[in-house]
Design a protein around this ligand. Structure first.
Ligand SMILES: Cc1cc2nc3c(=O)[nH]c(=O)nc-3n(C[C@H](O)[C@H](O)[C@H](O)COP(=O)(O)OP(=O)(O)OC[C@H]3O[C@@H](n4cnc5c(N)ncnc54)[C@H](O)[C@@H]3O)c2cc1C
Ligand code: SF4
Length: 507
């Protein structure tokens, strides 16, 4: 009996559960792995070209690895997933198909609606649980009442307890606290130079794909300069590079902003985690070990583990809790289109120019550039959350359907009525200036609220506070922002409103 195992491009896990199951149940000789690269899928939006190279090359390398293990792989390049699967079914003629549940809603809808139709009555379909996330696997989280808040901090502590992570023998948090965020808000000192990102020289397969992707339209940026990991071995090397060169200082400079470094002390591991080359728990256990070996302080270790089993898992959990309606959420009734300069980086706001050109060139910004520069701007300017979500999904090397809505619509824009985050992340130029050197050389003045040199982050921020004053006052976490209004007299309030209005009208 021939059994097909359909492996998606973001499921390149070492021990793929659908494949393991099929080999175990039917024997290696009966198994045919099918992988489909869909041309239409690559242009459903203008993707950042390095992101396309990453997925296409990693798929090819993954297929080649399976072949070295004696597994037959049918790698189909087709106009669509449907076309590719039809092609595979017609020449392999399986009696059964096994797949791992997709991480995203559209993928799962395809697997549960379209795929059974395609297979018809004669080919059985079996979906096995997704193992790329810990919540899906073990689901330790008590599901709160519908529409009730379950904040990330509680979720994270539950995850730590459930998986016994960074706990003492008595079950208390190692280091004496659950959270060391207060130690992790430092600006990068002048004499501190973060190490360069690890670079993997593209092999022949990757170079061929880079040339193909360069010709794809519509797409963003260039494939030239691609140096991301495309195999599990390389992804493990990238992780090791993080542990040995960055982990120690990851915590203190987690929130810093600087022109002097691409990724500071961040790990740049999301591209690999999100396509399965790395798995969350292996990173968590290695991080704990590094702490025990004295290679990194508790604030860096706890901070990193919080990102992986706290934020990442919480986002996945929120996504599934809120889909399919999440994409339509718009709690602040923001309707403006995205400014054109998001696609070119051409703006005289130095911080936006910095973050946008990096995103366009590399497909990467670290978290604070994404949250406190780019999406902060979108929140203050009232850009439609669905449009912002689309832009982020196009642009990032690590963007997938499950991760973007909770980060953009939930956390950043607070458009989901506060289910993901209890407040929108808004800040004036004061924050951007305080956290680094992005304001240096900017044509605007971060200390000026309005006028010719007034920074747009300032007049947009105060305009937002004035516009939503009543609502913000009711939020215990945001009420204090409203208190700042006491420093603005009537004349300044009108000036801020006038300038913001004129600015937003010309966007
Ligand atoms: C507007 C916006 C858009 C984002 N888009 C994405 C995206 O497309 N894909 C993505 O994986 N993350 C996204 N994030 C979350 C976070 O910014 C990235 O995971 C992180 O910047 C990736 O870089 P890193 O690997 O160097 O992270 P590090 O700072 O080194 O963190 C370690 C790991 O923690 C995980 N992580 C931390 N925070 C989050 C989070 N909020 N959601 C999911 N995982 C998290 C990532 O896997 C990351 O690799 C977004 C955040 C915001 C505010
Ligand atoms: S002055 Fe304003 S626009 Fe310029 S870099 Fe600073 S925050 Fe950005």
């Amino acid at each position: 009996m021939i059994v097909s195992v359909w492996i998606l491009g973001d499921q390149l896990v070492e021990k793929h559960p659908a494949l393991m199951y099929a080999i175990e149940a039917y024997g290696r000789d009966q198994v045919r792995v099918v992988m489909v690269r869909s041309r239409q899928h690559g242009v459903i939006r203008p993707y950042q070209r390095k992101r396309l190279v990453l997925v296409y090359s990693a798929m090819r390398h993954y297929a080649a690895t399976l072949e070295t293990q004696g597994i037959v792989v049918d790698f189909v390049e087709s106009d669509s997933f449907v076309g590719g699967l039809q092609d595979h079914l017609s020449h392999c003629r399986p009696e059964k198909m096994v797949a791992m549940e997709a991480s995203s809603y559209p993928g799962r809808l395809f697997q549960t609606k379209k795929l059974p139709e395609l297979l018809g009555d004669s080919i059985a379909l079996e979906l096995v649980p997704n193992t790329q996330f810990l919540v899906g696997q073990y689901n330790p989280i008590p599901d709160p009442k519908p529409d009730k808040r379950y904040v990330m901090e509680n979720f994270y502590r539950d995850m730590r307890r459930h998986f016994d992570v960074l706990l003492t023998a008595e079950g208390t948090p190692v280091g004496g606290g659950w959270n060391f965020d207060k130690e992790n808000r430092q600006k990068l000192p002048k004499n501190n130079t973060p190490p360069a990102d690890i670079f993997f020289e593209p092999d022949e397969v990757t170079r061929r794909i880079m040339a193909e992707v360069e010709a794809i339209e519509p797409a963003v940026g260039t494939a030239a300069g691609f140096g991301y990991a495309v195999t599990r071995e390389q992804a493990l090397q990238a992780f090791d590079h993080f542990i040995t060169t960055r982990f120690e200082q990851f915590g203190p400079y987690e929130d810093a902003l600087t022109k002097r470094s691409h990724s500071l002390y961040h790990s740049v591991l999301s591209p690999y985690l999100n396509i399965g080359l790395l798995e969350p728990m292996e990173l968590v256990r290695a991080a704990e070990q590094a702490y025990r070996d004295g290679r990194a302080p508790i604030n860096s270790v706890e901070g990193f583990i919080r990102q992986i089993i706290g934020w990442r898992e919480f986002m996945y959990w929120q996504y599934w809790r809120q889909m399919p309606g999440m994409l339509e959420k718009n709690a602040w009734q923001a309707t403006r289109p995205l400014p054109e300069f998001f696609w070119t980086g051409e703006t005289d706001m130095a911080c936006m120019n910095h973050a946008l050109t990096r995103a366009i060139d590399t497909g990467y910004n670290h978290h604070i550039e994404r949250l406190m520069v780019l999406s902060n701007y979108c929140m203050l300017a009232g850009i439609d959350p669905a449009v912002v979500n689309d832009w982020f999904t196009s642009m990032y090397i690590d963007a997938y359907d499950w991760v973007m809505p909770p980060n953009v619509i939930g956390m950043s824009l607070n458009a989901d009525d506060g289910l993901t985050a209890t407040k929108p992340y808004i800040a004036s130029a004061n924050y951007i200036n305080k956290m680094g050197d992005l304001c240096k050389g900017c044509r605007f003045n971060p200390k000026q609220r309005h006028g010719e040199d007034g920074c747009p982050f300032n007049f947009l921020y105060w305009n937002f506070i004035l516009q939503h004053e009543e609502r913000l006052r009711k939020n215990p976490r945001l009420g204090k922002n409203v208190l700042g209004l006491r420093y603005l007299d009537e004349a300044e309030r009108s000036a801020v409103r006038r300038q913001a209005g004129a600015y937003l009208n010309q966007l």
